[in-house]
Structure formats: C-alpha cells, structure tokens
Design a protein around this ligand. Structure first.
Ligand code: G3P
Ligand code: CA
Length: 264
C-alpha cells in the first residue's frame, strides 16, 4: 500500500533559554543555566557585559540594583553601574536571594565560569551570546577560542548594536550566526528596508513578540534571514509562533515548548 501522506518536514523551532531557565531560577546564574540544560534547551542565552577591570560577566542590566544586593553591600555607590565595579567587588554580591531565598549565595558568573561549567557538566547546548555593550567583541572571541567554542561552533551571537555584530564578523569562523536584535519601535518602522540592511551583515533578526506577524516571518525568510522572537512565555504564544514557522523563541520557561504539539 502507498505510504500515508506526510506534511513536508519543517525544522523545529529552537528553544532558547532566556537568561537561562530564568522563570525557575535567578537569571544569569549557574543554577539558571544548569536548569536550562536539564530542560533540554537548544541554546542557552547569556547577556555579556564588562566590569571596570575589563572582565566579562553574565548580566542583563547595566546596573546591579535589580538582581543583586549591591544597594546593601555598597550603599554609597549609586547607581551601581556594573562598569564601576571590579570583578572582585562583584563577587561579594548575592545574585540569588532577590529571586528566592533558596538561591542565596549565588554569584554573578564570569563568562569564563559559565563555559567551564558547561564543559565540566558536558552540556551540549550551544551558547547564544548577546554583546550588551559594543567594544567587548575581541575579549569575547578570545575567551571562546581559548575554550575551543568557536572552533567547535558551540556559539551564536546577537546584539541590539549593529556595530557589535559587524565587529564580530571578521573575528569568527564562517558559519557562526549573527542575529540582529531590534526593539519595538524599530520593528514598527519600515520593515523591508530594515531587513535589507540587516541581510548585509547578519544571518537573522530578533523580533519582539509584540511585533512578529506572518508577514514579518515571510519577508525575513524571503531575504534568507532567520527569525528569533523574544520573550515568549505563554503557551498560546508559543503554539502560535511555532505554527508560524519562526526559527527560535527566547523563553524564560524552556520546559514549556516540549509540552506543545506545534513546537515539537
Ligand atoms: O536577546 C533577546 C532578548 O533577550 C532581548 O532582550 O532585554 O532580555 O536582553 P533582553
Ligand atoms: Ca538578551
């Protein structure tokens, strides 16, 4: 008998653990990344910034106020900008208690420590690094090379700063992907012109959930660009975007897409 008809296979939507499994553990801590790996995330997202002494750390905000106890430990150093603190000073901070007392004592990890943990615990999910500030590209590439992550293609890059992606391109091997993030306002401006510009130097676009439509996905794919969407936590949005054929979703709950038929 003839084989039953099957729909054309479509690559699965990649699950990108946003700041680790940050819905379950304090964002950008080793606990959060470990949990993302346990939940079988396809990528682990790490936002990267530099300290005053030029060390690379995993942190989203430009200041320490929201995700650490810096206001208590360093009461006179408002506004607690990361770039005003040395790594030694950052290491005194608790980056877990604000989320839940169970995570008291978690530290802000360096990018080096994140990579060491992934290697030691044999985590295969690649890193998805966001350069939060232009100017750190050489240092990031140097570190990744030291650990063999560039050579093994265990990384992808994203940034809101075009100049950061453009600076990375000549430093990285062919085939490593660069994703241009765009904000809500930019996504509302001329779509085709934006995609045309991005296609010159990047491999994909990172769109906010509020902006993404089927037309966006079609237009981006038409230019050979991948579409990653941030930040998608609700099951109905995950189902909708997976069905729409987006290439990846940043989610604080990397355990959720596996429970949604359209995402598997
Ligand atoms: O990197 C994708 C998404 O994480 C961008 O937003 O502010 O969470 O870094 P943000
Ligand atoms: Ca990010």
């Amino acid at each position: 008998a003839a084989a039953a008809w099957q729909p054309p296979s479509q690559p699965k939507t990649a699950v990108i653990a946003h700041r680790g499994a940050s819905g379950h553990a304090p964002e950008h801590t080793l606990s959060s990344y470990r949990l993302a790996a346990l939940m079988n995330a396809d990528y682990i997202e790490v936002d990267v910034r530099a300290t005053k002494d030029g060390k690379l750390v995993a942190l989203h905000d430009a200041t320490l106020a929201r995700t650490t106890n810096a206001e208590t430990v360093y009461p006179h150093r408002s506004p607690w900008r990361v770039s005003d603190f040395s790594l030694r000073e950052l290491k005194k901070l608790d980056a877990g208690s604000w989320f839940d007392p169970r995570f008291a004592g978690e530290r802000i990890p360096t990018l080096d420590e994140v990579i060491q943990m992934l290697k030691a615990e044999r985590v295969e999910a690649p890193l998805y690094i966001e350069t939060k500030q232009p100017g750190i590209e050489r240092a990031v590439v140097h570190l990744l090379k030291k650990h063999g992550f560039l050579q093994q293609r265990r990384v992808m890059f994203q940034s809101f700063h075009p100049e950061s992606l453009q600076a990375l391109r000549p430093l990285i091997p062919h085939g490593i992907r660069l994703i241009q993030l765009v904000g809500e306002k930019e996504a509302r401006s001329g779509r085709d012109e934006l995609l045309q510009q991005i296609a010159v130097y990047a491999d994909g676009i990172g769109l906010p959930l509020s902006a993404v439509t089927e037309e966006w996905v079609r237009a981006a794919h038409g230019r050979g660009l991948m579409v990653h969407v941030y930040t998608v936590n609700e099951p109905h949005d995950l189902a909708r975007l997976c069905a729409m054929g987006v290439d990846g979703v940043f989610t604080d709950y990397p355990d959720r897409p596996g429970r949604i038929a359209a995402c598997r």
